[in-house]
Design a protein around this ligand. Structure first.
Ligand code: KG4
Ligand code: ZN
Length: 373
């Protein structure tokens, strides 16, 4: 099955052409034929976060360009002059079009949906709506580790989905069945990285910046709270941690809010100090993720932990998890997708469309910002 997938839920425009088949043992065989992601980070960075109207404008501009590039590159008759002829052969080979319908920014989601509807009508192809979170959930299939083993040896698995909008723990019984165990009660962990980065005067997106700065700092330097750590449930909370960092930075700044102080006056916040804040915050943020993931592993006797979403790109999270596995002497393997597939992309949307194609519950072709897993 050849799937053309479209992703526009936030600030990345993605289009992928993916071929997925099942082998004799029922294992999915994935061939990424073409994939493109156009990031809008530079456009949103001056605003310290994603501006929905700008995201919409950029998606509108990028989608036709990416599609043409994908069709052209995929064609094996590049020497032919006529682009329309080239595109036609590729278009004919497409079986299904998939588009993210939520969660995300609704103006951004609508752009992808309208675009997908237009091409589906013009090419007379079936079109399905996809849950972005299912994309992150299935992105583990794109890791070299998952390709080597039978998916039957992976389950039951605990899925830790950590992104700018979500912090969710789920039990995956097999490739098609899952159960949500818990989630954040307020901010998402990625969101807290972005907010703390702003406090520290680091550019958007904050996650990679904090990770880099934290390598120079001492994670034990400041005792930030790790909310929900002791609670015997699978819930998370990040707004308190962000506030604790704010109070700390304020304290260091003579009681003034960091953003009310001119940069040149931030005398009390040395590079070492900022690095200690970043490292201590990062550790406090990851501790509940690690502890609760391990609790879920024990409770459900999971064989694998899968991490997905933008925060999964953070190497320290993987290190902390592996060190806890060693400490607890638990037999569980960790699968993290390559960094490009932790971030938003359309290839994972094609996978989710394929994996969930037989499900009774179909998503309407309508943007839903708050769509749940
Ligand atoms: O999955 P994603 O690309 O978009 C959403 O669906 O939200 O995740 C983006 C989030 C941002 O909050 C970003 O700061 C965070 O993932 N992130 C990281 C890292 N790289 C991206 N957080 C911590 N460490 C990183 N290395
Ligand atoms: Zn995402």
């Amino acid at each position: 099955m050849r799937i053309l997938a479209i992703e526009t839920s936030c600030d990345e425009t993605g289009i992928s052409l993916v071929e997925i088949e099942e082998d004799k043992r029922g294992e999915p065989k994935i061939k990424v034929l073409q994939e493109l992601v156009s990031s809008q980070i530079k456009i949103h960075a001056p605003f310290g976060g994603v501006v929905p109207s700008l995201a919409k404008r950029e998606h509108q501009k990028n989608l036709p360009i990416l599609l043409e590039k994908i069709l052209y590159t995929e064609s094996d008759v590049k020497s032919k002059k006529s682009t329309s002829f080239i595109s036609n052969s590729v278009i004919q080979s497409i079986d299904l079009i998939a588009v993210t319908v939520g969660p995300g920014l609704e103006p951004a989601l609508w752009t992808g949906i309208e675009f997908a509807k237009e091409i589906a009508k013009e090419w007379e192809k079936p079109l399905v709506g996809v849950n972005h979170l299912h994309g992150h959930m299935y992105s583990f299939l794109l890791s070299p580790a998952a390709k080597k083993i039978s998916t039957k040896d992976i389950f039951p698995a605990i899925m830790l989905l950590v992104s700018g909008g979500h912090t969710t723990l789920a039990l995956m019984k097999n490739l098609h069945e899952y159960k949500k165990l818990g989630e954040t009660l307020d901010d998402a962990v990625g969101e807290s990285f972005d907010k703390v980065a702003r406090l520290l005067d680091l550019p958007y997106p904050g996650g990679p910046q904090i990770e880099k700065l934290a390598t120079e700092g001492n994670p034990e330097a400041i005792a930030f709270p790790s909310p929900m750590l002791q609670k015997q449930n699978f819930q998370f909370s990040y707004s308190g941690l962000k506030t604790a960092v704010l109070y700390y930075v304020r304290g260091m700044n003579g009681g003034k809010d960091p953003w009310s102080i001119e940069r040149k006056n931030k005398k009390n916040l040395s590079r070492k100090n900022l690095a200690d804040i970043a490292a201590s915050f990062q550790r406090a943020a990851f501790l509940p993720l690690v502890k609760k993931t391990m609790r879920a592993v024990k409770e459900y006797q999971a064989r694998t932990i899968m991490i997905g979403g933008g925060v999964a790109a953070n190497k320290e999270l993987g290190r902390m998890l592996k060190s806890e596995i060693k400490k607890q002497k638990t037999k569980v393997s960790v699968i993290t997708p390559p960094i490009a597939y932790c971030m938003d992309n359309a290839t994972m949307i094609a996978l989710a469309a394929y994996m969930r194609r037989q499900k009774k519950k179909k998503y309407p072709l309508r943007a839903k910002g708050t769509l749940d897993i």
